[in-house]
Design a protein around this ligand. Structure first.
Ligand code: 48F
Length: 259
């Protein structure tokens, strides 16, 4: 007769292993469970694609949770309303400012629920430290992952791999994956212009416009787009993060179609 302790351990090992074997190859890896990453995940999973989000923290939401300077509200403009409806996020209209107001906690939770209910997997505590690439023709074909705790402890532990047909950098202001590829795959010719100071009206539009494929197999969404193209920041208005996530999903679906 197995003890409860033994059964707990066996259950966790068995089901985690099954998941990881299943995730050793996916259609799309999304790096970062912020607003752009989770929005992209839902729309990709809605198309029946196998989606894994790797998030290095033990929570999802990225920059949403801090609201605006720790005040628990964020704002969006009208262009984001259809996305809020898809995720069932409550929003109220402020007549005076002509903006929609959302509770930060509700947006975080419902973006995650939407992505998960559509079939995407969010795995927390996993740090993406590199990519898999192929030459002739150049293509990104997955990511190299490590437990965040190992990365934080600075231990020298070899990572493992997740193969994918597409990788989306949704890591926010630091554009971590683009930065790695720029440095370690020089033939990618990626040059990060670096994010510019605040100019919300311009950045809300242009971040969405410039969202897309960077090199074959590698895409940028959310604030990573600003870091790549030298675009201004916008602070706690999140319409472009949601629209960028939706747009990158549509572009990836289009690119993966012929296979
Ligand atoms: O920063 P984040 O929320 O990115 P985003 O989706 O949205 C930006 C807004 O939050 C806000 C803004 C717009 O109004 O200016 O800042 O572009 O979410 C990025 C997530 O990626 C995780 C990080 O912990 C965060 O949750 N992340 C970053 N690098 C890695 C990573 C990595 N190398 N591996 C795994 N996760």
């Amino acid at each position: 007769m197995k003890s409860l302790e033994e059964r707990i351990s066996r259950a966790i090992w068995r089901h985690t292993s099954r998941d990881w074997i299943n995730m050793s190859s996916v259609d799309i890896v999304i790096v970062g469970a912020g607003p752009a990453g989770m929005t992209a995940a839902k729309y990709l999973a809605d198309k029946g694609l196998k989606v894994a989000i790797f998030e290095r923290r033990l929570s999802f939401g990225g920059g949403i949770g801090g609201g605006g300077m720790l005040l628990h509200k964020i704002v969006v403009d009208e262009y984001a309303i259809p996305i809020l409806k898809d995720f069932n996020v409550k929003h109220i209209y402020d007549d005076e400012e002509q903006l929609y107001i959302i509770d930060a906690s509700e947006l975080m939770a419902k973006l995650a629920v939407g992505a998960i209910n559509s079939g995407a997997k969010i795995v927390q505590g996993v740090h993406v430290e590199d990519v898999i690439y192929r030459e002739n023709p150049l293509r990104i074909e997955g990511v190299v992952i490590q437990w965040s705790s190992v990365a934080m402890a600075g231990l020298h532990v070899d990572p493992i791999f997740v193969s994918s047909r597409a990788v989306i950098d949704a890591t926010g202001h630091d554009a971590e994956i683009l930065r790695i590829v720029a440095k370690k795959v020089p033939e990618s010719k990626i040059v990060l212009a670096g994010e510019r100071s605040a100019y919300a009206e311009v950045s809300e539009k242009i971040v969405v416009e410039r969202t897309g494929r960077v090199i074959p197999g590698l895409y940028a969404a959310g604030m990573a787009v600003a870091a790549l193209h030298g675009l201004p920041r916008m602070g706690p208005i999140f319409s472009s993060m949601l629209l960028s996530g939706k747009k990158v999903a549509e572009l990836v679906v289009e690119d993966l179609k012929p296979l």
